[in-house]
Design a binder for this molecule. Structure first.
Ligand code: ATP
Ligand code: MG
Length: 375
């Protein structure tokens, strides 16, 4: 049997980037041989093994054929006679279809190295169209390598356009799509992911609500997303920035649900769509409005949520070229601190309970916030 390093590890080493996880490919072996060597089988669909010591993934060489709609509609053929070239041709991009043997020799039948040098994301073969997830993968790699000057090859963009128009993107499961979206949003240039999807017509299918926003001249969606990434904000804040210009909560809900976004992301996107104008206008809010906002965020029990909300609003404002200092941020933090500092214990010691306690507490916070506003 022959063992090769494949995919991202080869690509990133040639690019001089750090390699996080290594994928291995085993040619000329059977499942029984692998198990006899102590590899632990994982994955029900195709033969992938975990190395007993390093924990790294070893896949048997395989070919794939599409047998129906969606990702379920794939048949795999893994056997010792599948060659390296046959395995590599089923991969998405030429830069992902290179292999390296134990001596460090490069196997590059589809000219990935040349495309790396020319900064081109190019599909390996027409079989690319068999898995629509590859449209999202290409957009994600475009986002990741944008700082290095990579772009999508014309013929690949054309193929992505045809896939998007075919209706196949709708067959993707929420889980597979979200995994790509999540990884793309966490790249340094996530706005490139959205732009590439838009350029090939995929955004119109996947996120028509966002696509429509970008048609508008004055849209700041991409800028806000870029700003959030530049500030290295977490996933849910980036998702909220992507959705922030939706005027309609129902649209935000639809997007949240379409991709089964994690709860934290869903929640923050809705809060931003609903309350961002209050944040931008925080300095003008009355004490009662401040209380209501803090209450809505349940800031007494969940302080981080207000921080995330502020971060999303601040990123938007900054991306519009407004005051980079964004005084609203510290003003809201100060208001939260003042409301929190109200002496609950004192009120309880006075014998107040239930509704009476709630009202007294609100009254005390109102008074404290009135004073805060006069400062
Ligand atoms: P990353 O640095 O993001 O892990 P990667 O290239 O290693 O990048 P993986 O998702 O780990 O990406 O996949 C490993 C390899 O498997 C890819 O380089 C590619 O050759 C192949 N691959 C993965 N998913 C697909 C797919 N949907 N279609 C075709 N090839 C794929
Ligand atoms: Mg990988």
């Amino acid at each position: 049997m022959q063992i090769y390093k494949v995919g991202g590890a080869v690509r990133d080493r040639l690019l001089g980037r750090s390699v996080s996880d290594i994928d291995w490919l085993v040619v000329g072996a059977t499942v029984d041989q692998m198990q006899a060597l102590g590899y632990r089988p994982v994955g029900a669909d195709f033969p992938v093994f975990i190395h007993p010591r390093t924990g790294e993934e070893y896949a048997l060489a395989r070919t794939e054929r599409k047998s129906g709609r969606g990702y379920g509609g794939f048949t795999f053929h893994a056997s010792p006679d599948v060659t390296l070239e046959e395995d590599l041709i089923r991969r998405d991009l030429t830069i992902n279809a290179m292999a390296e043997d134990e001596l460090g020799n490069l196997y590059d039948p589809y000219h990935g190295k040349k495309d790396l040098e020319q900064r081109l994301l190019r599909h390996v073969s027409p079989a690319f169209a068999e898995d629509p997830l590859r449209v999202l993968r290409v957009a994600r790699f475009a986002a990741r390598y944008a700082p290095l000057g990579f772009r999508v090859a014309d013929e690949t963009r054309e193929l992505m356009r045809r896939i998007s128009a075919s209706g196949e993107l709708q067959a993707l499961t929420a889980e597979r799509s979200w995994k790509e979206i999540e990884r793309a949003l966490m790249e340094d240039q996530p706005q490139v992911f959205i732009q590439v999807l838009r350029d090939c017509g995929a955004l119109k299918v996947l996120m028509p609500e966002v696509d429509a926003l970008l048609d508008k001249q004055q849209s700041h969606t991409l800028q806000a997303l870029e700003q959030a990434a530049g500030e290295q904000l977490p996933l849910h804040v980036r998702w909220a920035c992507l959705l922030h210009e939706l005027t309609d909560l129902d649209q935000a809900k639809a997007l949240n649900q379409r991709f089964k976004a994690p709860r934290e992301s869903q929640e923050l996107a809705l809060l931003v769509v609903e309350c961002q104008t209050l944040c931008h206008g925080a300095l003008e809010l009355s004490a009662a409005e401040l209380i209501e906002l803090l209450q809505k965020f349940d800031v007494y029990r969940r302080p981080q949520r207000l921080e995330d909300f502020i971060a999303a609003c601040q990123a938007q404002a900054r991306s519009r070229g407004e005051n980079q200092a964004y005084p609203q941020a510290d003003y809201l933090r100060g208001a939260a601190a003042v409301a929190k500092a109200v002496d609950v214990k004192g009120l309880v010691e006075k014998g107040l309970t239930g509704q009476a306690l709630g009202e007294a507490l609100k009254e005390a916070r109102l008074t404290a916030l009135e004073a805060y506003r006069q400062r």
